[in-house]
Design a protein around this ligand. Structure first.
Ligand code: GDP
Ligand code: IMO
Ligand code: MG
Length: 428
C-alpha cells in the first residue's frame, strides 16, 4: 500500500500535528522526515495538550511505530527530554525508532545559530535558535556527526576533532568566542545520551521498506512547510531542510513510486513566524483578532505569529511542488464572526498580474495582493461534524478556496481537538 504524506503548504504551524495524529489512527508507522526541534506540533486529545518537537505525531497511539528518519537533525538532549516528558504523562516511547544516519545537533550548533543571527543584525532571519541551520551546514560540509557515531566512541571522538578543528576557528576568529572543549561534548553525548538512545537507533530505511513490503500503512510527517523550504521557499527567510514532498523521499529513504495520498495542510488564513515577505499580511485589527482568536503564538518559542488572508497563489505553488492529491483546511473556526473575508486570488506588480508564484524575490517582496471578498458567517463552527451543518457562507468560502487551489479539499478542522473536524467531500 502506498505511503501517505502530510506536508505544510504555507509557512508552518498549519496544524500538521493535529492532522498527522488524526490520519495516524489508520496507520502502522509514522515517519518524521526532516527538520528538528524547530518544529512544534500540537495535539489535543481528550482535553490534554501535547506539544511535540522531534517525536512523530503518531506516538499517542499504542499501535503506531514512530520513526525519526535520516533527514531529521537530532539534538539528543532534547529527544531524551521529550521522551521522558511523554513517558511521565503515560505515553510509551519504547517503540520509537531513530535513524542511525540522522545528523546530530551539537551544542556548538546552537551557539553558532545565535551568533549568526546577531551578526546579521537587521537582516536577521528570526530562526528558532535551535541550531538547525549550522547542523545542516555541517552535514553539507561533511563535518557533521551522525546518530550512529554515538554507538562508537572512537569514531565519535575522531569526527568531533575534525569538526572542532573547523568550528573552534570560526568561533574564535569570526565571533571572538572561546572554543568548545571536545571532552565536554563527548562526556555529555557519549556518557549521558548514548546509553539512553542506543535501544532506539536502527536502520530506519530497512524498517520502512520491510513495513511497506508486509502491507503496513505508512505516514510521512513533514515539519515546517513549502514556503520555508530551502530550495522553494522565500529564501533566505527559510529553514535549512526540504519540507516539500521530495524531502520525504530523501529524508525517509523512499522513492516517489511508493507515495500515494499527499495531503497539503493549509490554514484557513495564513501565518508566519520570523522575517520574510508576506504578501497578504494584515497589520490591522483583523490581524490582531486572528492572533488572539487563533492563539497564534509559537508552540515552543512563544513568539507572536504574523497573520494574513488566505493566499491562493501560495497554494497553487504548493500543489505544483508537492503533487498534492488533497488539501486539509485547518482553523476554519477562527474565522467565525468576521463580517467579510478576503482571499488573495493573484499578485499584481507594475501592471502585471501573477496567478502563479513569481520566481523573483523582489517581485514577491513588492507585489500587492488582488483580493476577492466573500461574506463571513456569525455561527460557531467548533461543533460542526459534517459539511451539511455549515452555514452557506462557510460552505461558499471552502468551495471558493477549493476551486482556486485546483485539488479537492477533504478534511476541515474546526477546533484543536482530535474529533473537531469534518470531511468536506461527504455531503450527508
Ligand atoms: P503544526 O506545527 O503545523 O503542527 O501546527 P502547530 O501545532 O504549531 O499550530 C497549530 C495550532 O492550531 C495548535 O495550537 C493546534 O492545537 C491548533 N489547531 C489545529 N487545528 C485547529 C483547528 O482546526 N481549529 C483551531 N481553532 N485550532 C487548531
Ligand atoms: P512547524 O513544524 C513555523 C521558521 C523560523 C524562521 C525560519 C528559520 O511547527 O510548522 P530555523 O530555526 O528553522 O533555522 O528558522 O523558519 N520556522 C518555523 N516557522 N513553524 C515551524 O515549524 C518552523 N520551523 C522553523 O521562525 O523564520
Ligand atoms: Mg508548529
Amino acid at each position: 500500500m502506498p505511503a501517505t504524506v502530510v506536508v505544510g503548504t504555507q509557512w508552518g504551524d498549519e496544524g500538521k500535528g493535529k492532522f498527522t495524529d488524526l490520519v495516524a489512527a489508520e496507520m502502522d508507522m509514522v515517519v518524521r522526515y526532516q527538520g528538528g526541534h524547530n518544529a512544534g506540533h500540537t495535539l489535543v486529545v481528550n482535553g490534554e495538550t501535547f506539544a511535540l518537537q522531534l517525536i512523530p505525531s503518531g506516538v499517542l497511539y499504542d499501535h503506531i511505530t514512530p520513526v525519526i528518519g535520516n533527514g531529521v537533525v537530532v539534538d539528543p538532549r532534547v529527544l531524551i527530554a521529550e521522551m521522558e516528558a511523554l513517558q511521565a504523562r503515560g505515553v510509551d516511547c519504547g517503540s520509537l525508532k531513530l535513524s542511525g544516519n540522522a545528523h546530530l545537533i551539537m551544542p556548538y550548533h546552537l551557539e553558532l545559530d545565535a551568533l549568526h543571527e546577531r551578526h546579521l543584525g537587521e537582516a536577521m532571519l528570526g530562526t528558532t535558535k535551535r541550531g538547525i541551520g549550522p547542523a545542516y551546514a555541517d552535514k553539507a560540509m561533511r563535518i557533521g556527526l551522525r546518530v550512529q557515531d554515538l554507538l562508537d566512541p572512537g569514531i565519535f571522538e575522531a569526527k568531533l576533532e575534525v569538526a572542532l578543528a573547523h568550528t573552534n576557528k570560526v568561533l574564535a576568529k569570526v565571533f571572538n568566542r572561546l572554543g568548545v572543549r571536545a571532552s565536554d561534548v563527548a562526556a555529555e553525548y557519549l556518557q549521558e545520551c548514548a546509553p539512553r538512545l542506543a535501544p532506539h537507533i536502527c536502520d530506519t530505511v530497512s524498517l520502512l521498506h520491510e513495513g511497506l513490503d508486509s502491507g503496513q500503512r505508512v505516514l510521512l510527517e513533514g515539519a515546517q512547510a513549502t514556503f520555508l523550504d530551502l530550495d522553494h521557499g522565500t529564501y533566505p527567510f527559510v529553514t535549512s531542510s526540504n519540507p516539500v514532498v521530495g524531502g520525504a523521499c530523501t529524508g525517509a529513504g523512499i522513492g516517489p513510486r511508493h507515495l500515494g495520498r499527499i495531503i497539503g495542510i493549509a490554514k484557513a488564513y495564513v501565518t508566519r513566524v520570523g522575517s520574510g515577505p508576506f504578501v497578504t499580511e494584515l497589520l490591522d485589527e483583523v490581524g490582531d483578532h486572528l492572533v488572539e482568536v487563533g492563539g497564534e503564538y509559537g508552540t515552543n518559542t512563544g513568539r507572536r505569529r504574523r497573520t494574513g488572508w488566505f493566499d491562493l497563489v501560495m497554494l497553487r505553488q504548493a500543489v505544483r511542488l508537492n503533487s498534492l492529491t488533497e488539501v486539509a483546511l485547518t482553523k476554519l473556526d477562527v474565522l467565525d464572526g468576521l463580517d467579510s473575508l478576503k482571499v488573495c486570488v493573484a499578485y499584481e506588480l507594475d501592471g502585471r498580474r501573477y496567478e502563479h508564484m513569481p520566481y523573483h524575490q523582489s517581485v514577491i517582496h513588492k507585489a500587492a495582493p488582488v483580493y476577492a471578498e466573500l461574506k463571513g458567517w456569525k455561527t460557531d463552527l467548533s461543533g460542526v461534524t459534517s459539511s451539511g451543518e455549515l452555514p452557506s457562507e462557510a460552505a461558499d468560502y471552502i468551495a471558493f478556496l477549493e476551486d482556486g487551489i485546483g485539488v479537492p479539499v477533504r478534511l476541515v478542522g474546526v477546533g484543536p481537538g482530535r474529533s473537531q473536524y469534518f470531511d468536506w467531500q461527504q455531503t450527508d
